[in-house]
Design a protein around this ligand. Structure first.
Ligand code: GAL
Length: 423
């Protein structure tokens, strides 16, 4: 499994609903029977649930005899789900299948022997050649075992803006910013005018912002070096990036710690904030509310990250001891199918992991993501499990929360980040 800088050309990607209910884990039918599947995700509400619902719609068509049991746990980026999942896995009470990020996060489950090798399903479902090789590499171990089936690819470094708010404050909505400094000059202008310049939500969304700031200031190579030990967390470059992060946070809404991503992004949709940095699941929220790209909202790489695709992918697993493995296999078949990927990703805002989907089936924003994924430099997202193990992410999140709530200063923050990545 590798998580280094790669170009999308290397990845070889040309492009790349709802029944049931339940609180999870209650099983119900005989062990091993195929008549139900508990699917554990954090796609519990809003546009994320709409994406899941679309996938369930295809599942119900492909497997009408199997009941979908929704084990979704609310909280963006798995902020609540991942802890609960760990508790269940340790108690030998796994769901039939769960959502996991490609890369370091999946490796955690592999190392803990919590998930099964599903490479035989790749053969059975004809998936061996339908995903980019570099993506499959992030799901695999060196001995050729493959531990999940990917559903989609998201981009984490997107800057969303409300053009009306910008225009009202004398800022050209079509302006592009070469770096964070240029962008911060306009944020300052908005701030002085009494506008929430940049909306953000609770800790994980702040970590999402942080990773894009590190990426913007360090560049893709040194950013990737943060995760393989070749970039010094205690060095002056990281310090300068943290100073930018601190400045950006000073332009954000005071109620941030009480908001998840939908509410923070909604501030831009409603025009109560000018900008928001969020992964491109946000586009589904704009589109769900009939907002048009270019008119009602704009989307661009976070300033300083043009030409870089901050990558993450969701995938689904077969847990060791899943009560309904046949149900899980049926779900995995739908996840990997072309119909499943097209329906899910259209609603979710992501792009298909499969390389044989037709770009024309997707929205204007998604077509830009398809293009960027094919041409940009790819780096791994921190906040979404691609770059670092869950323990590292948790320690970075704790340090970030301390810093943004005023419980540590910048020097303290920097050394806590360094310690987090050394463990
Ligand atoms: C990510 C996940 C996305 C989206 C986002 C916000 O971690 O990969 O699919 O759900 O969290 O919750």
């Amino acid at each position: 499994m590798t998580a280094t800088v790669a170009t999308a050309a290397v990845l070889g990607l040309t492009l790349a609903a709802c029944g049931g209910s339940g609180d999870g884990g209650d099983g119900g039918s005989a062990s091993g029977s195929a008549d139900q599947v508990e699917v554990f995700t954090w796609w519990a509400a809003g546009s994320e649930k709409a994406g899941l619902d679309a996938l369930v719609g295809v599942f119900n068509e492909q497997h009408p005899d199997i009941e979908f049991v929704n084990g979704a746990v609310a909280g963006g980026a798995g902020s609540a789900a991942k802890d609960l999942l760990q508790t269940r896995l340790q108690a030998q009470d796994p769901p039939d299948t769960f959502q996991a990020h490609a890369g370091a996060e999946l490796q955690d489950y592999i190392d803990a022997a919590q998930i099964e090798d599903v490479s035989d399903l790749y053969d059975e479902f004809g998936l061996t050649d339908v995903f980019p090789a570099d993506l499959v590499d992030r799901l695999s171990t060196e001995d050729g075992a493959i531990y999940s089936i990917p559903s989609n690819i998201h981009r984490a470094n997107v800057l969303w803006a409300n053009p009306t708010v910008l225009e009202d404050n004398g800022i050209d909505p079509e302006a592009t910013y070469e770096d964070l400094d240029a962008w911060m000059a306009d944020l300052d202008k908005l701030d002085k005018a009494g506008v929430t310049a940049l909306s953000v939500g609770t800790t994980w969304t702040q970590v999402n912002l942080l990773e894009t700031v590190l990426l913007a200031d360090l560049g893709p190579e040194a950013y990737s070096g943060l995760w393989d030990g070749s970039t010094d967390w205690e060095g002056p470059e990281v310090k300068a990036a943290l100073e930018d992060f601190e400045t950006l946070m000073s332009y954000t809404n005071d109620d941030r710690d009480g908001l998840d991503w939908p509410e923070a992004t909604q501030m831009v949709i409603d025009g109560s904030a000018a900008f928001n940095v969020m992964g491109d699941w946000a586009v589904a929220a704009f589109e769900e509310q009939d907002k048009a790209l270019g008119t009602d909202f704009t989307a661009a790489p976070v300033p300083g990250t043009d030409g870089v695709f901050d990558f993450l992918a969701d995938s689904f697993t077969l847990p060791v001891g899943a009560p309904h493995p046949d149900g899980a296999k049926a779900w995995l078949e739908t996840v990997g199918s072309l119909d499943g990927q097209v329906a899910f990703n259209k609603a979710k805002g992501s792009i298909p992991a499969r390389t044989d989907a037709d770009p024309a089936d997707f929205s204007e924003y998604q077509q830009t993501a398809i293009d960027s994924f094919a041409n940009d430099t790819i780096v791994s997202s921190l906040a979404h499990g691609a770059a670092a193990p869950v323990a590292t992410l948790n320690a970075i999140s704790d340090a970030t929360s301390k810093f943004t709530t005023g419980a540590s200063d910048l020097a303290g923050y920097q050394s806590e980040l360094a310690a987090a990545t050394q463990s």
